[in-house]
Design a protein around this ligand. Sequence first.
Ligand code: HEC
Length: 131
Amino acid sequence: MKKLTILLILAVTLLAVASVYAGDKEAAKDGDHAAQMEKMAKMSGKDIYKNMCKSCHGEDSDAGEYTPMSLIMDQWDDFFADTYFEAHKDVVCPKDDSKKVTDIFTKEMLKKVQKFCVDHAADSEQPMTCG
Ligand code: HEC
């Protein structure tokens, strides 16, 4: 009987330690994520495009290669008003498969990317491929 009690205490202790450890890991992950989101929110339109859109729309990409000068200004405005949501609502984020592309970009981020794309569209004064 004594042995069983000791075993039980041991098991409970182990469980408690394990759950604290798991909680810590979860918190660290959340912190990383929040810090990352904050960093992304501060990026310029160009950096957001380069770091995030381009990872799926670079050269030879399955999703199609897109740079600001792939479209004209009106097409970018239409895209951000409408097509963006349609095209990306089922596309999974490569870094976190529990999220869709449309969960990642905030309104503010999209506004900046839109401005960058329009400013450097094919019919703009400074067409650009974005490196
Ligand atoms: C995780 C990958 C991923 C990311 C990130 C991503 N896209 Fe896409 N995008 C896709 C896929 C996949 C499609 C094709 C959807 C389809 O075929 O219906 C697409 C479609 C498009 C299209 C074509 C839409 C159409 O049907 O005319 C444009 C333009 C585009 N994306 C621009 C962007 C821009 C700008 C960003 C950044 C704000 C971005 N994408 C971020 C994967 C991505």
